[in-house]
Design a protein around this ligand. Structure first.
Ligand code: SME
Length: 186
């Protein structure tokens, strides 16, 4: 029997729990720890796949509101899902469609406090009905070419803010925009 799975069900798999938001102090501490662990794990690493899977894992471990984390990579003038952690992610996203496709066009980080108010299929693409808020960050290579976007969803509204944007943009720049990982987190 073939199973046509193109998006996640309402029921969360046993290994995924509902998101828990952090206050500003807790968020800063969590990102400082995650960023230092990413620095330690990826120092001198040049393999793109290793970089992405490591970022996904360490962010999901350190951020209790990280319900879905992953990359969408530029591929034949659209976005194609790359390494991710979470429920089934949409496979291909056209530039300009959804939050990810919009960021691929603007090349600017987008924070969505409540995805349910967006036009479904246009300004938002729902891969999982549990996703309630989202941040998407553009990812560039050392020549400032867009190589993809990093997407983080939460099952709780208003999980993301400028603190997430600051650290995620810094992590992506440190990991993907230089040959060797050069980071400085004060
Ligand atoms: N919500 C994203 C699609 C990716 S799934 O959330 C993993 C968007 O609107 O582009």
């Amino acid at each position: 029997m073939s199973h046509n799975i193109n998006h996640a069900s309402e029921e969360m798999p046993y290994f995924i729990r509902p998101s828990l938001n952090l206050d500003a102090k807790g968020k800063e501490a969590a990102y400082q720890k995650a960023a230092m662990e990413i620095k330690a794990m990826l120092h001198g690493e040049d393999n793109m796949f290793v970089k992405m899977v490591t970022i996904n894992s360490l962010l999901k471990i350190n951020l209790p509101y990280a319900y879905w984390v992953g990359f969408y990579c530029v591929n034949n003038e659209r976005l194609t899902v790359g390494p991710y952690q979470g429920t089934i992610g949409c496979v291909h996203i056209e530039f300009g469609k959804g939050v990810c496709g919009g960021v691929a066009v603007t090349k600017l980080t987008k924070i969505v406090e409540d995805v349910t108010i967006l036009s479904e299929g246009e300004d938002h693409i729902s891969c999982d009905p549990n996703s309630q808020s989202e941040i998407v960050v553009p990812v560039f290579d050392k020549n400032k070419n867009l190589i993809g976007v990093f997407d983080m969803d939460s099952s709780t509204k208003s999980s993301f803010d400028k603190i997430d944007q600051k650290y995620l943009e810094q992590i992506m720049a440190d990991v993907f925009e230089v040959d060797d990982l050069i980071t400085s987190y004060q």
